[in-house]
Design a binder for this molecule. Structure first.
Ligand code: PMV
Length: 316
């Protein structure tokens, strides 16, 4: 039996623009997906449990139960199993990361599955190979454009600055508040929306991407030097530009404004593809409590995460 785990992520700055190669800064968080692989001669089974289910439906005519979180997890795990011609195994997945929320749940499941299979089947893959195969698999299942952000952060952990290349950066841990809307998001359709705006209005969208890239680059020394107030300003700038790209929603804005209005809040923005999913807020050193309360009052699900978490690893 082999167990591996991999973290979810937050994109601190630069989502969407990164798809066109502009710098974005992401970080691993202390929520993880775990995958257990064990021998099951003659069969191949995937079992998904505790996936922080956000959506669940029962078709009373067919009796079919569907949960997007579970179906997605199974889709991603089976793509990895197929890639490595795996057979005679039972694969169990469980995850603390809310699915379809912009927190990198699918990447974490792909990376953890690959890490577990790598050991169990003695595939001999390096960490770099796991990152690049995971990116390829996530992209194939999503059937669209994407950056290597989620799979790189989940594989290597810590902070990753992603543009046309991926660079790990050594930065201190931060406490971030996450606020989730009820609405799941669809990364592929949000990317398509932004990319079609880019083809129609290149003279407007390219400068927005460029400004977003500048924000991501400026953020790095601010995190290093603990200049959190300025970092909060950058989050607010980035949110405005994401709104201009059309990926904001009323629910996300309500949470962003609720967080900004709370005491001890330095800035807030959506995280991930937008169109639903989650936002993040930066608390001052006085703590997160007032932001957590404000987000819950605005009908969000709120929790605190720590950045700079460990990448994929085998568990004993
Ligand atoms: O919503 P998520 O977690 O899949 O993040 C998407 C971030 C994008 O920049 C919009 C796409 C990408 O692959 O970087």
């Amino acid at each position: 039996m082999t167990t591996a785990s991999a973290p979810g992520k937050v994109i601190l700055f630069g989502e969407h623009a990164v798809v066109s190669g502009t710098p974005a800064l992401g970080s691993a968080i202390n929520l993880r997906a775990r995958v257990i692989v064990e021998d099951l001669p003659g069969r191949l089974e995937i079992e998904a449990c505790n996936l922080m289910l956000r959506g669940f439906s029962l078709d009373l005519t067919t009796g079919r139960v569907s949960s997007p979180g579970v179906l997605d997890a199974i889709k991603y795990v089976s793509a990895v199993l197929k890639e490595f011609h795996a057979d005679g195994l039972r694969v169990k997945v469980d995850s603390d990361i809310p699915p379809a929320a912009g927190l990198g749940s699918s990447a974490a499941i792909v990376v953890a599955t690959m890490a577990a299979l790598n050991k169990h089947m003695s595939l001999g893959l390096s960490r770099e190979e796991i990152a690049s195969s995971s990116y390829k698999i996530e992209k194939t299942v999503q059937q669209g454009m994407s950056s290597p952000m989620d799979t790189a952060v989940s594989t290597f952990g810590g902070y990753q600055l992603v543009s046309e290349t991926v660079h790990g950066i050594d930065l201190p841990e931060m406490h971030i508040v996450v606020g989730c809307t009820e609405k799941e998001h669809n990364t592929r359709s949000e990317i398509q929306k932004v990319q079609s705006l880019r083809s129609r209005y290149p003279d407007i969208v390219e400068p927005i991407f460029c400004a977003i890239g500048a924000i991501s680059t400026r953020a790095v020394p601010l995190i290093r030097d603990n200049r959190l107030e300025e970092l909060g300003h950058l989050m607010n700038f980035n949110q405005g530009l994401l709104e201009a790209l059309g990926v904001g929603t009323r629910e996300l804005s309500e949470l962003v404004y609720a967080a900004r209005g709370a005491g001890h809040s330095l800035g807030a923005k959506l995280t991930g593809a937008g169109g639903g999913g989650c936002m993040i807020a930066l608390p001052s050193t006085a703590g997160s409590l007032s932001i957590l309360v404000a987000l819950e009052q605005a009908r969000g699900t709120a929790f605190e995460v720590k950045t700079g978490g460990a990448g994929m690893r085998l568990e004993t």
